[in-house]
Ligand binder design. Sequence first.
Ligand code: 2NL
Length: 343
Amino acid sequence: MEAQLKELQAEALLKVEQAEDLKALNEIRVAYLGKKGPITEVLRGMGKLSAEERPVIGQLANDVRAAIQEKLEEKQERFEKQEVEKKLAAEQVDVTLPGRPVRAGNHHPLTAVIEEIEDLFIGMGYQIAEGPEVETDYYNFEALNLPKSHPARDMQDSFYITEEILLRTQTSTVQPRTMLKHEGRGPVKIICPGKVYRRDNDDATHSHQFMQIEGLVVDENIRMSDLKGTLEVFAKKMFGEDRKIRLRPSFFPFTEPSVEIDVSCMCGGHGCSICKHTGWIEILGAGMVHPNVLEMAGFDSKKYTGFAFGMGPERIAMLKYGIDDIRHFYTNDIRFLKQFKRV
Ligand code: 2NL
């Protein structure tokens, strides 16, 4: 039995020596030290031994078990260490490598132009006012002096949700709402930027959804010259100090008198395709607020007067940056948008 145990030890140690991975070591452990292994078997048979032999064989069996165990652990430790070293080598981080670049985005050109216009008017003491895009017929038309029979109210031109509710066709809706909050007391000095909707087939110059910026000033003694001076400052700041403006008579239901405002073309009047050889480019509609609009918003039209104007920021951005198709603003081609990075 003694020889048998020693042989087992030699055999097991050799196998441990030859083991090539943790899996092999585990198999050896199960085979030699497991419950069904040969050493357990020997210990189980000790009952048959004499009283003198029993402690000797018992001791020897324990020594053999300990020797195999020790060798297994030693080798296991070595394998585990090797594994860690292998992993460390494979996952080495070179801290001297340059970092991955963080690509910074930029404002959408339309957002940039709208913010530029807002800042310009904030600098002149205006406040930004906003309102809902889903509007009532009252604020979209009635309060702006567009009677029920007006052609602009045609179902063909607006997105109606019910007979009384529609997607706003102009941001003017925000202005009577704001005036009513002032409860008949001036001054009101606001800029209303926002999305508007019209039933239109999209092409290079039309979109069924676009942006508008409208302005309104109501106070005592507001005159046409205030309108002209304000919009001249706007045109020069937007397009260049060398530009001029001119006013042409026009018509809007909510203003009287009404004007259209042109800015002189950068071709200097020599004629180009942008101004269609006229030397002038239309950029704004404006006028003195119609007394009916003031009265409906609770202002005494004998005491108060006001001016208002409206513009399309897409058109302003197209002129400023030479963009030839309004659809570029909405298709969001990254190659288009990237060109407007401010440096
Ligand atoms: C244009 C013309 C305009 C207004 C908008 C307005 C608003 C109130 C009272 C009077 Cl509450 N007027 N807005 C006035 C004149 C022209 O817009 O061409 N827009 C793109």
